[in-house]
Design a binder for this molecule. Structure first.
Ligand SMILES: C[S@@+](CC[C@H](N)C(=O)[O-])C[C@H]1O[C@@H](n2cnc3c(N)ncnc32)[C@H](O)[C@@H]1O
Length: 212
């Protein structure tokens, strides 16, 4: 327990590597827990995040990235997850964290839903520097829709001006093949980022960089 009584989840370092004082991002077992609206502490190298959690660790990617970016928009198709995203945005805006926070927003977006995507594109016609996805490929029927949505977001900026960074967690061989194939079929270039392939909690993961 921390000084203020909140539970702190241990950061599990792969292969026992100890890097307390560097900025290495290690996803420990805390990434996968279900804490139904409990305030949970996540540690990423020197960054400590307190987040309300529901089912999965929804919010982590966006809130962690807000430490390094000017503006971050979090999206999800699930209304319950959206509630948590908004609660976590409020939590971070109201916290007495001395580090200035990026502008954080949350929008509903079901991959393939052109009305929802168009609303986002109208608000952000200038496009995005990065599109990030972490552990979002587990249902086969949603993967083509994901890449369709990503392709439209990448097209806003044009070639090499926007990247899709996909932190892929492998749950089946079929999905591994499908992710690469769908990227190519949507006219995108996909490459594995060197040194990112690792096993966490028995699941293999890798980071892909995907561009127009
Ligand atoms: C395992 S969680 C990922 C956690 C998240 N990346 C984070 O940083 O905390 C997967 C998320 O993908 C969302 N999702 C799944 N299918 C989707 C779809 N078709 N459209 C939009 N979001 C979807 C789920 O609602 C869920 O919140």
């Amino acid at each position: 327990m921390s000084e203020n009584g909140q539970r702190e989840d241990p950061l599990i370092k792969p292969n026992g590597v100890d890097s307390d004082d560097d900025d290495t991002v290690c996803l420990g077992e805390s990434f996968f827990i279900n804490d139904n609206y409990e305030l949970t502490t996540f540690t990423f190298g020197s960054h400590v995040l307190q987040l309300l959690c529901l089912q999965s660790a929804s919010s982590i990617t966006g809130i962690l990235c807000s430490k390094f970016c000017r503006a971050v928009m979090l999206t999800d198709h699930n209304d319950e997850v959206l509630k948590i995203l908004k609660k976590n945005i409020e939590l971070h805006e109201s916290s007495e964290n001395p580090n200035p926070c990026a502008a954080l927003t949350a929008e509903k977006l079901e991959w393939g839903n052109s009305d929802q995507l168009n609303q986002i594109l109208q608000k952000h016609s200038e496009g995005f520097d990065l599109v990030l996805g972490a552990d979002i490929c587990f249902q086969q029927n949603s993967v083509p829709l994901l890449f369709n949505t990503v392709q439209q977001l990448l097209c806003l900026r044009g070639k090499k001006q926007c990247r899709f960074i996909l932190a892929y967690v492998s749950r089946s061989k079929m999905m591994d093949v499908m992710v690469t194939n769908e990227a190519i079929q949507h006219g995108l270039k996909i490459h594995e980022v060197d040194g990112t392939r690792c096993v966490i909690a028995n699941l293999e993961g890798v980071i892909y960089e995907i561009i127009l």
